[in-house]
Design a binder for this molecule. Structure first.
Ligand code: GDP
Length: 482
């Protein structure tokens, strides 16, 4: 009986409190079943309502996804001389177009998935070969990959803010009304960082109402736009039930959707076992300096050291001659620091510093950095595998420090479910004071939110409308859920 109980407990743990469903082939995606062995249980429980929405979504995806009759019919709607006698059998879609760096991809796909759940659409992702190499399929007996022969794929590169089927541009040309939109088979939504005031009308309830009749929405985005969905009255109530703890949207949806493929899981587990497993405490430090050419900057070095020492994430150094109480052998802790960065400069400094000097606590500090790729190389498979493995490894640490503005760090924080310390951005090489601060919630920041009151038809501060949508810690004009 005890053994049965133990087995039940481990099944429950591996399925993350009901977030995941059983039934997947274990060998095809080891991370789905093993991640719980590497990370602490989440401090946040998914709501029963969220679980029921996920189960309903899975049914919808299975019924309407690629390979099904409704999918073929819906695809036929996209053919130019479509006569209109086809039924899409209630299946509607949102297609996420491949765009931007990996962190941006992950947080924007999570937003698109939330939007799909709210609007009863099936989410399909354009990922090319790489996507399947990085992530497992998240939905049982179905694929979320947009098939290669998708009717509009060849037109994707031409989709932009000025293209004929762009929602924002149509608004600008006053072509959007219920009768014009209801005859459309597809619309392009431009929701990337550079979108304009017309594109931003996507976040108005009235436009959402019109979009309901369009079977295919093709979306280009690199943002975590969930916070602004919470400000749309028609979504508000449902979102409140799905996420009673508001700042956990990415935390839950990220853990639900993004399971490292077996290749990436190998990178993660080998690294973890070799460098992190035996430590008493694991610390993640993500160093993202956007100005790649600058090399090691003394200001950034100071900022990092002040942050980790002031916040007591790492101990201060013991100066020679200083007397400290000697801790007993078993009180001496091994702290393993996982540093991720495109270059090695900062980790070399920390490594040398903690080798040359004892610490005031006598704790021993190990500094480890898996890769130093030099610069972003999104087109390369192994580069992306490493980037994904590193985000995931950071998410397994006990304490996490991330860099301002970086979606790479947001993913680590969100998956881990921690409130990280954020290293504020240095402007003009000045010293930042304080060097870092604690995040309000594990969710990412929406870097480019709209500032518009759709009802009053005027600009407003959307960070001051409801208490759970606020300005971000690292970007004053951004919005985040707390
Ligand atoms: P962001 O630019 O920081 O918001 O994050 P993105 O992930 O969207 O884009 C940055 C890309 O640069 C990553 O996806 C990686 O390809 C690369 N990159 C940046 N920092 C690191 C790092 O610490 N480790 C690795 N392996 N790659 C990185």
């Amino acid at each position: 009986l005890q053994r049965d109980q133990k087995q039940n407990d481990s099944v429950n743990l591996s399925l993350l409190g009901g977030l995941l469903v059983p039934g997947f082939k274990k060998d095809s995606c080891s991370s789905r079943y093993q991640s719980y062995l590497y990370r602490k249980a989440s401090p946040y429980r998914p709501s029963l309502y969220l679980l029921s929405k996920l189960r309903a979504y899975e049914e919808l995806h299975k019924r309407c996804g690629p390979g099904t009759k409704p999918y073929s019919n819906a695809k036929r709607l996209l053919k130019p001389k479509q006569t209109g006698d086809l039924e899409s059998e209630g299946c509607k879609y949102v297609v996420w177009m491949e765009f931007s760096g990996l962190g941006n991809r992950i947080i924007s796909i999570a937003s698109a998935f939330l939007y799909a759940m709210l609007t009863d659409r099936v989410l399909l992702v354009e990922g090319g070969e790489q996507f399947a190499d990085l992530f497992c399929e998240p939905f049982l007996d179905a694929t979320w990959l947009l098939p290669k022969d998708f009717t509009l794929t060849k037109q994707f590169s031409g989709f932009g803010q000025n293209s004929a089927q762009c929602h924002g541009d149509m608004l600008k040309r006053k072509l959007v009304n219920s009768s014009s939109v209801s005859s459309l088979s597809h619309l392009y939504l431009h929701l990337a960082h550079d979108y304009n005031e017309h594109d931003k009308m996507f976040f108005c309830a009235e436009d959402q109402d019109l979009l309901k009749s369009v079977p295919w929405l093709i979306m280009r985005t690199n943002n975590f736009f969930a916070p602004s969905l919470f400000l749309i009255p028609s979504f508000e109530e449902e979102l409140g039930m799905m996420f009673p703890e508001k700042g956990t949207v990415f935390h839950h949806l990220g853990r639900y959707l993004f399971h490292p493929s077996n290749h990436v899981w190998g990178l993660i587990t080998r690294y973890y076992q070799a460098y992190l497993a035996t430590a008493d405490e694991r610390i993640g430090l993500q160093i993202r300096v956007f100005d790649e050419k600058s090399g090691v900057s003394p200001q950034v070095t100071n900022q990092i050291i002040s942050c980790v020492q002031n916040e007591e994430i790492l101990p201060k150094l013991s100066k020679s001659g200083e007397q400290h109480k000697q801790p007993s052998e078993e009180d001496v802790k091994l702290k393993a620091v996982l540093i991720t960065s495109l270059t090695t400069g900062y980790s070399e400094i920390l490594k040398t510093m903690y080798w040359e000097n004892p610490t005031v606590t006598r704790d021993v500090i190990g500094i480890h950095q898996p890769s130093h790729e030099g610069h972003q190389q999104t087109e390369k498979l192994m580069h992306n595998r490493k980037a994904w493995a590193e985000m995931y490894l950071l998410s397994l640490t006990d304490k996490l420090v991330i860099s301002a503005w970086s979606t790479f760090g947001y993913v680590a924080q969100g998956l881990g479910g921690s409130r990280a310390w954020i290293l504020y951005k240095q402007e003009n090489q000045n010293n930042v004071n304080p060097p870092c601060g604690r995040a309000m919630s594990p969710d990412p920041c929406f870097h480019a939110p709209p500032y518009y009151d759709c009802k009053a038809k005027k600009g407003i501060d959307t960070g001051k409308v409801v208490p759970h949508v606020r300005h971000c810690e690292d970007i004053s004009w951004g919005l985040k859920l707390v």
